[in-house]
Design a protein around this ligand. Structure first.
Ligand code: SF4
Length: 228
């Protein structure tokens, strides 16, 4: 597995847990608002060696609760199951962040019981998905991942980053049938700083009050609805 970055301690990326977060190198999406553009290319060498991470984890048993595998897109890496299994063997809970484009990989991970929490980005309504993630996407794969995750017994979250110009607030209620029944759904306000597409850095995020108007739509249909 090629890791492009590593944050040794995070209190905000794994709900209820103190975790370390690993960022895998390589992504198949090109979201114009992405903050991790440096992780897009598929590289062959890892600036952060797995052996170093593994040794670190061995010293953190009882101090950290969990490990987040984020990206980039972790499911692009064929040895993801092996890495998750090794983390589990050390006694840590695991969380996977994914763009949901590879439901077959997710299904295999579910069957092997290799993670304890999954967070999937739901970029937009199907009709606007390609625009939001900067590339053509197999929508049937996205929707299959959503269903796999909702039907699983694993704690999970869907999150949509809302970006003026990409998203219209009046369109967002149409996400309700997709996320209905989910454990958690989060609307995440766009942060312009470091957006991959420089033209997005001048965009003003939605006002919190505008996003709050959507709360009555989503609160009744998921267990936990959050705006951040
Ligand atoms: S925001 Fe989009 S481009 Fe960036 S890492 Fe996530 S899926 Fe890939």
């Amino acid at each position: 597995m090629i890791f492009g970055g590593w944050q040794k301690c995070t209190l905000i990326d794994f709900p209820g847990k103190i975790a370390t977060i690993l960022f895998t190198q390589g992504c198949d999406f090109r979201c114009p608002y992405c903050h991790n553009r440096g992780l897009w290319p598929r590289k062959t060498e890892s600036p952060v060696e797995w052996e170093t991470i593994f040794e670190f984890l061995k010293t953190r048993r009882g101090k950290l609760d969990g490990v987040v595998i984020s990206g980039g897109e972790p499911t692009l890496h064929g040895d993801l199951p092996e890495v998750l299994a090794k983390i589990h063997e050390l006694g840590f809970a695991t969380k996977l962040d994914t763009n949901g484009h590879r439901p077959d990989v997710l299904e295999g991970l579910f069957k092997a019981n290799l993670f304890d929490f999954v967070a999937m980005d739901l970029k937009h309504l199907p009709a606007h998905y390609a625009e939001a993630c900067g590339t053509n996407v197999l929508i049937k794969n996205i929707l299959r991942s959503v269903e796999l995750i909702k039907k699983s017994s694993i704690d999970h979250e869907f999150r949509t980053t809302v970006v003026p110009g990409l998203h219209r607030l009046e369109d967002l209620p149409a996400l309700a049938p997709i996320v209905q029944g989910a454990r958690r759904f989060t609307l995440q306000n766009f942060v312009p700083t470091h957006a991959a597409d420089g033209t997005f850095r001048a965009r003003k995020p939605f006002a919190r009050t505008e996003l709050e108007e959507l709360r009555p739509i989503f609160t009744p249909i998921v267990e936990i609805f959050t705006i951040r």
